[in-house]
Design a binder for this molecule. Structure first.
Ligand code: GLU
Length: 476
């Protein structure tokens, strides 16, 4: 968390917004309209637990309704407060605009430590919170569509969707009221991995641009890069695992709540995750150096730093000591506005949160579309695609017979080529395309506008432009 002498999270987001908007020429007053949070609802409700009534406080903040439904996760954490929820809602507006997910921005939170309750209690609390939001249309397929965030996952989303359906029995699109649901409750393949996968696709795209790699003071490809990741939750785990298994990165450091692991030759991400699940933390993990001062590892030498835990972890106190030349913000708001300035001056390149972690909401968008269309992606075309591919294979096989030893098909080509894409492949392909296009739009602004010297400002410019255009189109 950011030290006391720093602006709050919401102020920090506003400062970054202001920096970008100063370079734009918006109609008078529009800047203010885009920046402010439209509404924040606070709900307090009681649940009878263990013989007494416990009162809970929850929020749903709606930042911008230039497009509806508004979209954004709901987190369960003791640290949830209005300022944080509003900052996160604003980031959702910019994020959705940047990756062209047709939503406004929203975010929710419940002040609770989910570990303090058993599953049945959590279900009752979640359903009661959902009830409060649903009756105010703060969960609704056409108006406000939550998703998982810190402390929530598929299970909570299934409870919320079911609660909505109980209260709206004739809504044929009820399943689209939340995303991130389990597959058997209307979810989509690839949503759980989506944010981590998006981080991987973002880095791959970054490394396709030699001038970007050079700006970070790095060289070559993603292969062999030394990576430190903070937080091995859903986002950090998937990002680190894919980078290690598919891109040849070395995960040299993993920071968790009870300290950090460090191994020059790289850690086995899946083994560390299994250890955490079993033992509740990284302490005691063999084959690595352990330090109880986890935050210090943010300052270790590496090529890429991935803060994937929470906001404000790189702040005025430690920014000057951070050595990583490239930071990719898998969490929302991990670098404060003050730290951002220090790092920029040092020449560090930051791939900003609103782009870097947009994989989650992108696949949420696919899930929402799937729910509204009531059909799994690929169901109509998969076999037809296979039949057409079969025609080519038949021709190639004829050629193969004809040419004898002079030519033959590459082994496994036939199976690979024949197989029509299933939902998971389509989701990954849609996500990859989204992450590439969004990067390219930021990159162009970063490289071509003289007064834009960082990717965050470029990202803000791209998204504010889009939000402004949609306000203008509405006649506002
Ligand atoms: N909570 C995630 C985020 O911060 C996902 C939001 C969504 O899928 O709507 O982007």
């Amino acid at each position: 968390m950011a030290p006391k002498n720093e602006p709050t999270f919401r102020q920090s987001v506003d400062m970054m917004f202001n920096r970008a908007v100063a370079l734009m020429d918006l109609p008078p007053g529009l800047e203010e309209k885009i920046r402010v949070c439209n509404a924040t609802y606070t709900v307090r409700f009681g649940v009878r637990l263990r013989g007494k009534i416990e009162t809970f406080t929850g929020y749903r903040s709606v930042h911008s309704e230039h497009m509806e439904p508004v979209k954004g996760g709901i987190r369960f954490a003791l640290s949830v407060n209005q300022d944080e929820v509003e900052a996160l809602a604003a980031l959702m507006t910019y994020k959705c605009a940047l990756v062209e997910a047709p939503f406004g921005g929203s975010k929710g939170g419940l002040c609770i430590n989910p570990r303090d309750y058993d599953e049945e209690e959590l279900e009752r609390i979640t359903r009661r919170f959902s009830y409060e939001l649903i009756k105010r249309d703060l969960i609704n397929p056409a108006q406000n569509v939550p998703a998982p965030d810190m402390g929530t996952g598929e299970r909570e989303m299934a409870w919320m969707a079911d609660q909505y359906k109980r209260m709206n029995t004739t809504d044929i699109n009820g399943a689209a009221c939340v995303t991130g649901k389990p597959i058997n409750a209307g979810g989509i393949q690839g949503r759980v991995e989506a944010t981590g996968r998006g981080v991987q696709f973002a880095l791959r795209e970054f490394f396709r641009h030699p001038e970007a790699v050079k700006a970070a003071g790095l060289e070559g490809k993603l292969d062999g890069k030394r990576v430190i990741v903070q937080g091995l939750g859903n986002v950090g785990f998937h990002a680190a695992m894919f980078l290690q298994k598919e891109d040849g990165c070395k995960i040299t450091g993993i920071i968790e709540h009870d300290g950090a692991l460090f191994a020059e030759n790289g850690l086995d991400v899946e083994a560390v995750r299994a250890w955490i699940v079993k033992h509740g933390g990284v302490s005691g993990y063999p084959d690595a150096r352990h330090t109880s001062e986890g935050a210090k590892v943010l300052e270790e030498d590496c090529d890429i730093l991935i803060p994937a835990a929470m906001e404000g972890v790189i702040n005025l106190e430690n920014a000057a000591r951070v050595k990583a030349p490239l930071i990719i913000e898998a969490a929302n708001g991990p670098v404060t506005a003050g730290a951002d300035e220090i790092l920029r001056e040092k020449g560090c390149v930051i791939i900003p949160d609103m782009y870097a972690n947009a994989g989650g909401v992108t696949v949420s968008y696919f899930e929402w579309v799937k729910n509204l269309s009531h059909i799994r992606f690929g169901r109509m075309q998969r076999r037809q695609e296979e039949a057409r591919h079969q025609l080519i294979i038949d021709e190639l096989e004829r050629l193969d017979r004809h040419l004898g030893d002079a030519w033959s098909m590459t082994p496994h080509f036939k199976e690979k080529y024949l197989r029509g894409a299933d939902e998971l492949e389509l989701v990954r392909s849609g996500l990859d395309d989204t992450m590439r296009i969004a990067y390219q739009s930021m990159h162009e602004v970063w490289q071509e506008r003289e007064n834009v010297t960082d990717l965050r400002t470029a990202a803000y410019l791209c998204s504010i432009q889009k939000v402004a255009a949609s306000y203008k189109a509405k006649g506002l």
